[in-house]
Design a binder for this molecule. Structure first.
Ligand SMILES: Cc1cc2nc3c(=O)[nH]c(=O)nc-3n(C[C@H](O)[C@H](O)[C@H](O)COP(=O)(O)O)c2cc1C
Length: 324
């Protein structure tokens, strides 16, 4: 699959995730084997108004490429303008969010709201294509609800428009995160469209990856699985290359990864905000650690990075020599 000048077979992609897929996390996931990373979504009108918090989301760096900047919104002029501004940051492609399910976004016609008005979706995507010379991709869901699944029409329409890749979170907007992602839609999309296709939703294991590839996906995208286990990309790539499972990284390595990510996260977000927002990673990074519940309780009570690093060091020092 092509991502600008990069040609990647079976890309394993880090999902765009607000408050998660920031530059430190994207870099970490690239090191852990993610082939392609996406920024958090930025709202087109806020970008055009130069709202600092949104413009900051557009910043990408050379060492994380290939990287896509994701935009959302439904005002065509602002989408075109924002795409041009995003291009100036140096990404490899621009992704259009047509899948965000959050009420205040979807109900005003942005994100998954575009699934209720496909002509509008087409105009928004065309506006982005007018605003940038970069390849444009789209990420969406199956449809608004179970009775209005439109993904087959969407795939055909976007392929005709020249969209370079389609990522499908295989749930409807109304499902939010309930139920299971229905990957069988990947095969149905494949029957009607040749658009490069990235499967998304509940993918964490080699078996999930195998199923999605067998159904016709060209690549997969991982969101929540990476929040807990950023090494998931390495595990999946190893399995693709060898057919063998890869054990979880030893606990000592995971403690070191926690410390390193914390430092980079706080350097980016500042303290104490970054200390608080990092807490979502502890449970996954330290899964299976002896006395994890107590360790987590202690870590979430600390507000100084230095104190947290000292506690992690002390914890690592108590681990047996084999690192587990
Ligand atoms: C914390 C969080 C933030 C998210 N933010 C975005 C976003 O900015 N743009 C987007 O397209 N999807 C966003 N998503 C959805 C994910 O990209 C992905 O489609 C969804 O989580 C399903 O994949 P998963 O089962 O691998 O997590 C977000 C998901 C989470 C959990």
């Amino acid at each position: 699959m092509k991502f600008g000048e990069f040609d990647i077979s079976t890309p394993l992609c880090l999902a765009p995730m607000e408050d998660v897929s920031d530059p430190p996390f994207r870099r970490l996931c690239r090191e852990m084997g993610a082939d392609v990373v996406y920024t958090e979504f930025a709202h087109c009108e806020a970008v055009v108004r130069e709202v600092p918090s949104q413009c900051r989301k557009l910043a990408v760096s050379g060492d994380e490429r290939p990287v896509g900047i994701q935009l959302y919104g439904s005002t065509e002029g602002a989408m075109a303008d924002a795409a041009g501004r995003a291009e100036a940051e140096g990404p490899d492609f621009i992704d259009v969010n047509c899948g965000c399910w959050v009420k205040k976004i979807a109900n005003r016609g942005d994100g998954a709201g575009l699934l209720r008005d496909l002509p509008k979706m087409a105009r928004v995507v065309e506006a982005v294509m007018r605003g940038t010379r970069l390849p444009v991709t789209v990420k969406t869901r199956l449809g608004w609800d179970h009775d209005s699944i439109v993904i087959l029409d969407v795939a055909r329409m976007l392929e005709d428009l020249g969209v370079r890749a389609l990522t499908v979170h295989c749930r409807t907007r109304c499902q939010g995160y309930t139920g299971r992602a229905d990957w069988s839609w990947i095969a149905r999309i494949r029957e009607v469209s040749a658009i490069p296709l990235i499967a998304n939703g509940d993918i964490t294991t080699p078996a999930d990856l195998r199923t999605c590839l067998d159904l016709g996906a060209d690549g997969v995208m991982i969101g929540r699985g990476a929040i807990h286990s950023p090494w998931v990309f390495r595990t999946l790539r190893h399995w693709l290359q060898t057919g063998e499972p890869l054990p979880e990284p030893p606990l000592r390595q995971r403690v070191a990864l926690t410390a390193r990510h914390l430092v980079e996260h706080v350097a980016y977000h500042g303290a104490p905000r970054g200390v608080f927002s990092f807490r979502k990673h502890y449970a996954g990074y330290l899964k299976g650690a002896p006395h994890i519940a107590q360790l987590r309780r202690e870590l979430v009570q600390l507000t100084e990075v230095g104190e947290i690093l000292a506690r992690l060091d002390a914890y690592a020092a108590e681990l047996p020599d084999d690192g587990e």
